[in-house]
Each structure stands twice: as C-alpha cells, then as structure tokens.
Write a protein that binds this ligand. Sequence first.
Ligand code: BES
Ligand code: MN
Ligand code: ZN
Length: 493
Amino acid sequence: MEFSIKSTLPEKLKTDCIAVGIFETRKLSDAAESIDSASGGHISGILKRGDMEGRSGTSLLLHHVPGIAAERVLLVGLGKEAEFAEKAYIDAIHAALEAVRNTGAKDAAFYFTAIPVKDRNAQWSIHHAVLEVMDSLYHFDKMKSKPEKKRDALKKLSFFALDAGAELALKQGVAVAEGVNFAKDLGNLPGNVCTPSYLAGQALEIAKEFKLESRILEQKDMKALGMGSLLSVTRGSHEPPKLIVLEYRGAAKNKKPVVLVGKGITFDSGGISLKPGADMDEMKYDMCGAASVLGAIRAAAQMKLKLNIVAIVPSCENMPGGSATKPGDIVTSMSGQTIEVLNTDAEGRLILCDALTYAEKFDPETVVDVATLTGACVIALGHVASGLYSNDETLASELLEAGKQARDRAWQMPLWEDYQEQLKSNFADMANIGGRPAGSVTAACFLARFTKQFRWAHLDVAGTAHRSGKHKGSTGRPVPLLTRFLIERSSGA
Ligand code: BES
Ligand code: MN
Ligand code: ZN
C-alpha cells in the first residue's frame, strides 16, 4: 500500500473514493459539510431520508454525487461527537477500509483523519491510521503452494491532515508497521523453517539493508564466554544455537545504548520436561520476543532515530534427546551463578540470563528484554496486556505510557524480594522454577538476579505476542510499544 498525506479541499480531490465522517445523530463533519454544499445538499438529503445515523462502525457508499471531483463518497459513522476518542476513531478506520476494499476503488482518501481524537494529537491519528490499515491488510501465505487469489484493487490510500508533523507521523507509521509485519512473519513461520540459523540470517538481512553492525556468536563462542545456562537449553537439539547481535548507531558514539534482548526459542517442546501434546504447535511462537526486538531495531533504523540501540537475541531449540539437560542438572551461568534446572520447560530464563549478562559488555543506558516467558502471565493478564517488570520506576512508567500511546498496553507487576524465596535451591545458587504461585513473577525475579548492573525492564508477552484458535497468528506485539518508547527516547535527546 502506498500512503500519503492530502490537504486538498474535499470537493476538489480527484480520487476513486473519498471517505468523510458523520457524527451521531446525522451531524456532518467539516469535510462532509464541504461536500454537502458543493453538491447542493446531496449528503444532507440522504441523511434526512434516514439512511445513515452516524453510528460508530457503520458506513454508507454513495455514487454519482454531483459537483465534486471524487468518483465515490463514503460516509463513515463516527458515533457521538462528544465521545469521539481512540476507539471510535480506530473503528472508523476499519469500517472505512472494509467498505472501500469492497469497491473497485484503486485509490482512496480518508478525510476523517483530521478530526481531533480526545486526548490524542494529529500525529497520533496519522501514525495509527497507517498501523491499523497495515494490520488489517496483513496475511501470511508464504507457506501456501499457491498464493490466495483474492486481489485488492486498492493500491493508494491518503489521509487528510493539515498538521505540520503529519508527514513524519506517516513515515514513522510505515516504518513501525513494517517492523510489525517483519515480526509477524517470523512468528508465523514454522519451526522447521524459522530455526536459530534462519533468525540469524534474517538479522543479517536487516543489517545489510539498514547498514547496522552485526555479529553472530556460535556455540564455540558461547562456550568461550561461559554461557553454560544458554548452552544447557540447546543440548537436546540438532540445530546449532546462535546469539545474534545487531547494533544501530543513530547518536554520538559515547552515548550509552538502549539494549533490547529477545527470547528466541524457535521451538519449545519443553525438553525432557516435555509439554503435553495439545496445541504444542504454538510453541513455534516462542521466538516472538526475538522477532519483536528485531522488528523494533529495524523500524528504529528506518526512522533514523537519534539513538544508539543494540539488539541481542539468544536463539536455540528446546528439545528432548539423549544429551538433553535433565531435571536436577546444575549449570553455571556466564555470571558465575549456578542454577539447578528443576524443569527443563522453564528454558526461556536460562537463555535470557546469559544474554543479559552479555549485555553488560555494551555499557547499556537501559536494557529491556522481551519474552514469551510464562503461561502464568497468560493466566494473570490474558491476551490484553503484556506483563511489565522493572528495577526502575521511571523506566516502568515510560514503558507503560509508551504502551498506552501505542495501543499495545502493558501492566506492571511486582518484583518484590519476598518472591525471591521461591527460587531457593538445596544444591545450587538458585532453582530455575519457583512453583505454581505467581509463576510470571518468579520468572521475572529469576532474571532480576542477572540485571543488577543496569536499569532493566522485562516484558512477558506470552499472552500478547500471538493469538490462538480461529485467528491463530502472530500479532507483532510489542513492536508498537517498543518503537514508541524508542521514538520518545530519541526525541527527548
Ligand atoms: N514458552 C513457555 C511459556 C508460554 C506458555 C508461552 C504458553 C506462550 C504460551 C515457557 O518456556 C514455559 O514453558 N514456561 C513454563 C514455566 C514453568 C515450567 C515454570 C510455563 O509457563 O508453564
Ligand atoms: Mn518452556
Ligand atoms: Zn519457552
């Protein structure tokens, strides 16, 4: 899709379809008003007949509207004017898009994008128009032998805006949406395609396209670094593990980087503590943290943010096998701390802890890790919010606010010392599980033992990175949250 900003008067705009807003009840928005007067009251006449109330989510397509340049006019319901906030705006975007896609229009213009949305600015409206449209248009058919037949006529979509920041908001929206799509594709690819080597290859593609520095650490490098915890997870697999590092430099060399760490388990069978069979296919999504971190650094590079960013992705499979790690095995992490692996299915924290210790090498300003870490987080927060943990309250607030702005919300959970007790081991410095109570919290508490050297936050995205059931698929979350956080960081600099 080709996006652009328009500032032409609505009645003068040459397009296959112009979409204008109608408030409840039958109240014309400014653009609808202009078209109405240019057409000699055509729109108000139709409204009087009772064909359109302006309810949120509704639309009405009109052909042959006299006196205007557009081929078609789409009236889009916006709900009550006094209640025109985020949800009504987003619903209008979707209703308009669906209606336009049902016509043969090759290009269209949404003119309701300039109507102020409660508590949000003009840039937000444009940014999210792009994100919502790209989200709706996304489909994954890379693994079908024949691509699906249905082809969209719509090739160009423009948004009306008079705001000076609209062009930038559009560009950034496209960059973020492409980062989201990148993450979605990686998530949706099956485990036999999206292996650690494939992830590394994709990271190198990003590095090439956006001129980032890259480094792939192999098993022997991990051994040399003493990453005994990471290495214990890959033991049962025939796929070689990779530790992927991308560096984007958009600020002065001496400026400390934001380091993003993403869990890249390309398939989580549970290992010797094998998972039950039902829905085990969804464990191909266990690399969504990695995908989001790669998608975010890609978007940041495309936006040329004035920020230094490092992405670190520890990646391997978690499989059973003759040489796989067994419950009761004790491993030594890169930090020197020893871990009793009581459950090989709690493998995410085992690869993350070594990646977090490795992050110290970059002298980070902040470290944010993203992981589909615990089923317990899904029980706590469902599929709405990602779980947020942090050892720094300012960082936590920044991420929470970024999530709200980005419509990719997180909810803060406690990291209190009281929970650390559950990780006690009789034989090693700690166990890798803390029992059933507060499973998402104890997983975060485990990571906290490896992040004392820097400001750190952890996002548990087990419930938000992908969907199950009929709409099974990757969501691309939390790329919107991460990129909003990075944009805010770079504009504050
Ligand atoms: N990858 C899973 C977590 C997960 C579960 C993600 C469901 C998405 C949906 C993780 O590696 C795992 O298996 N966690 C265990 C931890 C337990 C053994 C302490 C879990 O949540 O059951
Ligand atoms: Mn697991
Ligand atoms: Zn896992």
